[in-house]
Write a protein that binds this ligand. Sequence first.
Ligand code: B16
Ligand code: MG
Length: 223
Amino acid sequence: MRERQGGTRMKYKGIIFDLDGVICSTDECHYQAWKKLADEIGAAGFNREDNARQRGVSRMESLEVVLEKAPHQYTQEEKAALAEHKNEMYRQLLANMSPADLSHEVKDTLDALRAKGLLLAIGSSSKNAPFILDRIGLGDYFDKISDGNNISHSKPHPEVFLLAAEYLGLAPADCLVVEDAVSGVDAGIVGGFDTAAIGYASTYHKATYHLKTFSDLLTIVEG
Ligand code: B16
Ligand code: MG
């Protein structure tokens, strides 16, 4: 614990936020783009349950989830082309996003956490993270960004969070990871972080905290 502004004791020194499904609802855009690809290639059974397994994992691993239901086998080159095609459809959806897609609750909570003296980072598996942050008006907001562009292993490997903590100059034990994916909560645990689960993962029993709403973080961080 450390003393912070106004004498309030803070449980953490930094918070590492997942992006898709935590800061904004791009998880739904992922689903829509994968669903379109699935329909195009005849993977008709692809559904939201399958999509849940795509949360937090890399684009190529996500593609494999769709291909489980595809009637054909694909070569590595064809898989790369399918992933690229999905990404183009996904980015078309992202291009329609604006700062209006950042909720007041999320923005006000981030501002309040920062005002408490906490360092704020992104820990996302997405290679589109910088583009998304720009679209929603948070391009320069976070102290550090660790994303799909600087990692070799996606969640549940802890690399993305360990790098985020390192970039912040903090130990994992001093950071809280906020996640909407089971794979992300598992990554946080393996990395030695406390975890706050929200949205899809909010009932996942392994998480340290279960958020009903994003602003619950304000009470969690106070010791
Ligand atoms: P991209 P997060 C993850 O983002 C998504 O949850 C996951 O569904 C996606 O496959 C992954 O990013 C890669 O995304 O295709 O944009 O590089 O939840 O870790 O912020
Ligand atoms: Mg997520």
